[in-house]
Write a protein that binds this ligand. Structure first.
Ligand SMILES: N[C@@H](CCC(=O)N[C@@H](CS)C(=O)NCC(=O)O)C(=O)O
Length: 230
């Protein structure tokens, strides 16, 4: 049975949702067959019984699950015979830490570098909703928010130092093989790569090499996503 994943979509089939990417990588990691259902922000309320307000949402043969972290835990429990995403309590805590670090330290900063690019890539139906909700979220009009982003790259570079320390020891954040930590850390980068020509990491940085490795996983699943080539 193929699992259905409701996945945010912009113009030209751009799948830019960082949270949906965590789930796509998790499904591929488990070797599960899945199809995505392109969904606009303004269509999320039409999913399933109408109770969902965010994506990712999966429908696994009638079992509906929302929230990327809940989905990862569900997949490990339901498909425990397949390669684990969050192996053992240490794997769980490690991935949770990487997720919270990536959201609080990386995604919030990346947001200020790409939010107008996201807006530009949205379908016409979603633009007003996105502009209003994101302006409210940051407490200012998002127009012009990307200004000076080149200067914020240095801050981002410094915030990535913990990743460099780990990647000096192993090719992936969980060791020799990819794990859910890699997928949560991937999410701000694939988010940016899908909508923005502005490269937030560059060749020569071990984080860039890791990013290229993760883009190549599972027959280049993430690399094949329409986006920019950096
Ligand atoms: N904690 C949730 C966050 C999900 C989330 O915020 N998803 C965004 C897309 S990346 C969304 O659906 N937003 C709906 C909206 O802004 O109306 C998860 O990890 O799945």
């Amino acid at each position: 049975m193929t699992i259905l994943l409701y996945d945010l979509v912009g113009q030209d089939d751009r799948r830019f949702s960082s949270n949906c990417w965590r789930t796509k990588m998790a499904l591929a990691h488990k070797g599960l067959s899945f199809s995505t259902i392109p969904t606009k922000f303004t269509e999320i309320r039409n999913i399933g019984d109408g109770s969902f307000t965010t994506v990712p949402v999966i429908d696994d043969d009638g079992t509906w699950i929302c929230d990327s972290w809940t989905i990862a835990n569900y997949l490990d429990e339901r498909y425990s015979d397949r390669s684990p995403l969050l192996a053992g309590s240490d794997g769980y805590q490690h991935a949770l830490f990487v997720q919270e670090w990536a959201v609080s330290r990386i995604s919030t900063l990346v947001f200020t570098m790409i939010v107008e690019d996201i807006y530009a890539q949205l379908t016409p139906e979603d633009k007003e909703y996105f502009h209003m909700t994101r302006s409210k979220r940051v407490g200012r009009n998002i127009d012009g928010i990307q200004e000076g982003r080149e200067h914020r790259l240095l801050d981002l570079y410094e915030r990535l130092e913990p990743m460099r320390k780990v990647l000096a020891e192993s090719p992936f954040l969980g060791g020799d093989y990819p794990s859910y930590s890699d997928y949560v850390a991937l999410s701000p980068f694939i988010w940016a790569r899908t909508v923005s020509a502005f490269a937030i990491i560059k060749s020569g940085d071990p984080v860039y090499d890791w990013f290229q490795r993760v883009l190549d996983l599972y027959d280049g699943l993430a690399r094949a996503n329409p986006g920019y080539d950096w």
